[in-house]
Ligand binder design. Structure first.
Ligand code: ATP
Length: 236
């Protein structure tokens, strides 16, 4: 069954149009990667879908069979779709555990709770009472993902979680996503790193200048075809 169905999505910043007729579908438990260079519209896409960017219109924006185009972000989260935003957006005055616990406000129960998040990220329990400002970038990203998992999402949207992190930390994060998927959660990951995206995704969408330039299963394309869609250069 299709979990997220986006058809003809357009998004704006004032008079500036950032997305042009974007269509995308995510099936239950699927992992989708949205790739594209700086400014291609990846964050705008995720934020529009999650109800955080409201200057947008779509022919269809439905999640789990329900129209979500008019819902606020908090309603969308309560319905089972949660965004891990670019730059993490943690509450800087709060501790690790307080940030994690905020995920409970979505009011959804399920597999993920504090104990399971701590088990997924064994580095976090000993940091539980520490303000998040005193964590490394990688630790902060664990808290951001953990907080999102605490909402027990059926679809987790991740905006460039590898940005600024050491390769070994990124590798660990993506390994954890396998376990997240094992619990039946579908994923949309936004990445600038094509290699990372191809290694995890069932299907990819490449955004260029706000429009879908290529979509399909990674095996359907050569690296050159993907690079051509990504950079907008002619194929050799
Ligand atoms: P990045 O990888 O740099 O985060 P992105 O693919 O996520 O890029 P967006 O951040 O969605 O791209 O930006 C898409 C377009 O919208 C860009 O041209 C950007 O300059 C513009 N844009 C983004 N945020 C704003 C804003 N707050 N006001 C005006 N224009 C914006």
């Amino acid at each position: 069954m299709t979990l997220l169905h986006v058809e003809d999505l357009n998004a704006f910043y004032g008079d500036f149009q950032a997305l042009f007729g974007v269509g995308l579908a995510v099936g239950e438990g699927e992992c989708i990667a949205v790739i594209g260079s700086n400014g291609a519209g990846k964050s705008t896409f995720l934020r529009s879908v999650a109800g955080l960017h409201r200057a947008r219109s779509a022919k269809r924006l439905s999640f789990a069979g329900k129209e979500i185009g008019t819902m606020a972000a908090s309603e969308v989260a309560a319905f089972g779709m949660t965004l891990v935003p670019e730059g993490r957006r943690l509450f800087s005055s709060l501790t690790v555990e307080e940030n994690l616990t905020i995920g409970r406000s979505a009011g959804r129960s399920g597999y993920w709770n504090l104990a399971r998040v701590y088990e997924l990220f064994p580095a976090l329990p000993e940091l539980a009472r520490r303000p998040v400002t005193r964590l490394s970038g990688g630790q902060q990203q664990m808290v951001a993902v953990g907080r999102a998992l605490m909402t027990n999402p059926t679809l987790l949207l991740c905006d460039e979680i590898s940005l600024g992190l050491a390769p070994v930390v990124v590798k660990g994060m993506y390994e954890n996503f396998r376990r997240v998927r094992g619990q039946g959660t579908a994923l949309v990951v936004v990445e600038q790193d094509i290699g990372q995206a191809l290694s995890v995704a069932d299907r990819i969408y490449c955004l260029r200048r706000g429009a879908i330039a290529l979509s399909g299963r990674p095996a359907e394309f050569t690296r050159d075809q993907i690079a051509a869609a990504y950079f907008g250069v002619a194929e050799a």
